[in-house]
Design a protein around this ligand. Structure first.
Ligand code: NDP
Length: 307
């Protein structure tokens, strides 16, 4: 087996979403030569969003990928280095902290943890087996494959409703399946969905099975009030029932609360020299601006602590 190369860094940022890249911009401008470990997807979750129209200063619609690539360019312009790799382990017990990827061992004087969050699965039979074969967690990525088809969206939050609206660009019909009879989504999204002729709602209903041989063919659903079950044909199902922090790297090493990393007001974790930002810390709002702001805060606190 090839020996891993060793690299010393002043600042290693784990994660390349809005939080990680904002931290990179700030620490790079402070000449701390940060290295960003991208994780599986450069840019993080915003790359799954087709249109961003609420990021201040960017009034025209822009895709999540396009916007986050501007973050990348800005970070690199100030000297941040991007390593297209994922952290496989972190040793917080000694400083410099030791972070391993598949090809490198980093010795980092300071860490900013910004590993974000990931979509929650329904956890019903058939879902795992048919993921990528009609079960999706990303309308932007997969919507175009469902041109002219009938699909279901599960969830009643802003993500579910906005993604259902997005899907109407391609599909014949979207059925939003929600476990209650009222949406949680914000008012603007609700209004747009309710007036969209391609969207219909199945209230008080949960999905109990995804059915299909090689591809999704139907969903078994259950009315939570009457208990009645039925099988409805669908050619795809998009699941948007919330997110969980990505914190497996920290389990047993840092204190976690519901999977989230607790931080002080200034984004310090319980370990001196380790900061955290973004949806690994708080997924309440899931906004680019919130994660970006937290990344900047973590970086500024780190810079202050070094001084
Ligand atoms: P939410 O937590 O808001 O919504 C999750 C939805 O899934 C809820 O309707 C919930 O039902 C339902 N749900 C949860 N668990 C299950 C389950 N096991 N089975 C069936 N249904 C389930 O998540 P979102 O990702 O939609 O939004 C998170 C945050 O991000 C919000 O603050 C939202 O406003 C924000 N956001 C903002 C956007 C924007 O600004 N453009 C875009 C997307 C999200 P119930 O309602 O009964 O709890």
């Amino acid at each position: 087996m090839k020996e891993k190369s060793q690299q010393n860094t002043k600042v290693l940022i784990v994660g390349s979403g809005a939080a990680g890249l904002s931290a990179a911009i700030y620490t790079a401008r402070a000449e701390l030569e940060p290295v960003v470990l991208t994780g599986p997807t450069l840019g993080g979750q915003i790359t799954l969003t087709a249109d961003v129209e609420n990021y201040p200063g960017v009034p025209d619609r822009i895709s999540g990928t396009e916007l986050i690539m501007r973050f990348v360019d800005q970070a690199e312009k100030f000297g941040a280095k991007i390593d297209y790799a994922a952290a496989e382990s972190i040793d917080f017990s000694r400083r410099p902290f030791v972070v391993e990827t598949d090809s490198k061992v980093y010795h980092a004087e300071n860490l900013i943890l910004a590993t974000g969050s990931k979509a929650v699965a329904l956890d019903v039979p058939g879902e795992k087996e048919l993921t990528g074969a009609g079960v999706s967690y990303c309308a932007t990525c997969d919507g175009a494959f469902f041109r002219g088809k009938k699909v279901a969206v599960v969830g009643g939050g802003t993500s579910a409703v906005e993604e259902a609206i997005f899907l109407t660009r391609f599909v014949e019909k979207v059925t939003i399946i929600h476990r209650r009879d009222q949406l949680r989504a914000d008012a603007a999204a609700q209004k747009a969905a309710k007036s969209n002729p391609k969207i219909e709602f199945l209230w008080d209903t949960v999905v109990s099975e995804v059915i299909g041989e090689d591809f999704v063919e139907a969903l078994r659903v259950k009315n939570v009030k009457s208990g009645a079950e039925k099988v409805i044909p669908f050619e795809g199902v998009f699941v948007f029932i919330g997110h969980r922090p990505v914190s497996n790297l920290y389990e047993g090493k840092l204190t976690l609360e519901n999977g989230q990393i607790p931080v002080d007001l200034h984004m310090r974790t319980e370990v001196p020299g380790v900061y955290a930002a973004g949806e690994t810390v708080d997924g309440e709002y899931r906004q680019l601006i919130v994660s970006a702001a937290q990344g900047a805060q973590a970086a500024l606190t780190l810079i202050k602590d070094l001084a």
